[in-house]
Design a protein around this ligand. Sequence first.
Ligand code: SF4
Length: 426
Amino acid sequence: METAARLALLTDQMGFEPAEDSDLKRPTAPSPAAEARTLNPHAKAPCGNTPFALHQAMDTLTHGGGDPAPALEAKKHSLGVSQAVMPGGRKIALLKTLLTSACERDCFYCPFRARRNFRRATFKPQEMAAVFSQMHRAGVAEGLFLSSGVAGGGVRTQDQLIDTATILRRRHAYRGYLHLKMMPGTERDQVLRSMQLADRLSVNLEAPNTERLRRLAPGKIFLEELLQPLKWAHELRQSLAPERFGLRRWPSLVTQFVVGGAGEDDLEILSTTHALTRQLKLGRVYFSAFSPVPDTPLENHPPEDPWREHRLYQASFLMRDYGFELEDMPFTQSGRLPLDRDPKQAWAEENLIDTRVEIHQAEPAELLRVPGIGPKGAAAIVAARRQARLRDIGDLRRLGVLADRAAPYILIGGRAPAQQIPLFAA
Ligand code: SF4
């Protein structure tokens, strides 16, 4: 099969993975569970990525030339190169692709599972490196997220990913952003080699523990195959100086959970998230609401409400950036977060209504607990109150605080600020 045809085939088979995607997005509808009960034509694949039309990339690169900027942007879009937010906030055009859509594993939720009948496509490391390098030089893609189905074992597949990255870095002198997926069962020395090549490494844990993973992917071993490579990466970051390998810093680590496919509750997911971010210093945990894929054992399992994914992101950010602990999360009796309110709001309703936070005296950590006040807002309040006395809610608004959200939980100079009464009930 020609290169362009293989790329086109991979294109059609790819699902969506949220790593590096833009920041937290609210679901568009207030209660979308019913709408979500349709099969997603762009099936999500934990080892796969956004659908795109790479054959058009080949056309662009083969027949293009002298593209004016608007045409190039249109082509990027048609290729499925997406704008991705890097750690630190910079946005780049990221190509997310697979080395192969062949997989010998049989995960119950995945469109690439071995027993699913569809045409697969594979690239050799040198081919993938050459195609991406061509796209990079043409200005179509600035960064690469490279994953793969498992073919010939996790160790052999990881070697193929490492070979691709090595060719890119050495032969093509590529210095840009590279996110490498680590395969189930990746060995310790492969972790170290991957760390020397990538800016970000990820292992998709998929489920929060062994028991839940068994329901999603009985062929995967939670501790030995999935968690262990992340632990090795963290240990290596702790024990080895990156300068010894000619690096300025070690890559960040991330993971992803499928939400709602294994009967797990939010307490389980967030317990593991909390441990990963505190103990292994993961940069971020991604959540992906389960969506059934035809011709898989879970094809009749109901899709998960996207609002649950959204609330999990909010809770994980509260624990990572706002000083909240797992015990602070407003879990219901069934171990779920409320879907109708964000977790910070729910916490404040229980804890701050009768003990408001005095804006003039509160520590930054206390300010961060108030709905409507984020890290930037807290820092702005602390800086502003050193200069002058804050008088009213308008002063907070001018500092970038979502003042109406904060108003029920704060005092300004000992007084509760006037609140805007909503004209219509939510
Ligand atoms: S290992 Fe499992 S999740 Fe990954 S591509 Fe293969 S079947 Fe899909």
